[in-house]
Design a protein around this ligand. Structure first.
Ligand code: SF4
Ligand code: SF4
Length: 111
């Protein structure tokens, strides 16, 4: 198993999760983060740290497409281990439906 980042991270991107990961397996897109499934050691430490409750174990049903998305972009985007300031309107997007359509496939800046 692995943990995956899901829809509510999009455009919120608080980045609280990256600093607690013991194996530094978060990767940064322009408006979303992903977890590298082969690097994640399933410790679960990041899950309660996410203010958007966007991090889930992939054992939860219905997360196959998110696992696929995390896998794909973890190999394309830069690694991130240090929290930065998130988007200024991040709180406005917390909990909004339909954010997948707003996912940017562009890489973030990384560390
Ligand atoms: S803490 Fe949650 S919302 Fe913030 S970047 Fe990590 S996964 Fe995304
Ligand atoms: S479950 Fe642990 S190893 Fe996996 S991403 Fe979260 S903090 Fe990192």
């Amino acid at each position: 198993m692995t943990y995956v980042v899901t829809e509510n991270c999009i455009k919120c991107k608080y980045m609280d999760c990256v600093e607690v990961c013991p194996v530094d397996c978060f990767y940064e897109g322009e408006n979303f983060l992903v977890i590298h499934p082969d690097e994640c050691i399933d410790c679960g430490v990041c899950e309660p740290e996410c203010p958007a409750e966007a991090i889930k174990p992939d054992t939860e049903p219905g997360l196959e497409s998110w696992l696929q998305l995390n896998t794909e972009y973890a190999s394309k985007w830069p690694n991130i281990t240090q929290k930065r300031e998130g988007p200024s309107d991040g709180k406005d997007w917390d909990g909004k439906p339909g954010k997948l359509a707003l996912l940017s496939t562009e890489p973030g800046q990384g560390d």
